[in-house]
Design a protein around this ligand. Structure first.
Ligand code: FES
Length: 85
């Protein structure tokens, strides 16, 4: 069974996208890269070096510094909240 990420925009108070994670090899990428690969706009001015903190989701997670695998962990459904969406 595929795992699911629900992307919620806090500014719009809407679910922006529901993304199914089809391939386990995708889990090696960062959460930020995965979201961007699925057309979710994630702000960045350091290109994933972990210094700008513009890519924060869920109020505290630096999405360029966490792997997709660690983020989804054992959950069937994971929620990503983005403040400016
Ligand atoms: S993109 Fe700059 S800290 Fe994540």
């Amino acid at each position: 069974m595929n795992k699911i990420i629900i992307v919620k925009g806090l500014a719009s108070n809407k679910i922006v996208q529901t993304i199914s994670i089809p391939h386990s090899n995708l889990k090696n990428m960062s959460l930020m890269d995965f979201l961007r690969a699925n057309a979710i706009t994630i702000a960045s001015s350091c290109n994933g070096e972990g210094t700008c903190k513009k890519c924060i989701v869920n109020n505290e997670l630096i999405s360029c510094q966490i792997s997709l695998e660690n983020f989804i962990n054992d959950a069937e459904v994971s929620i990503v909240e983005v403040a400016y969406l």
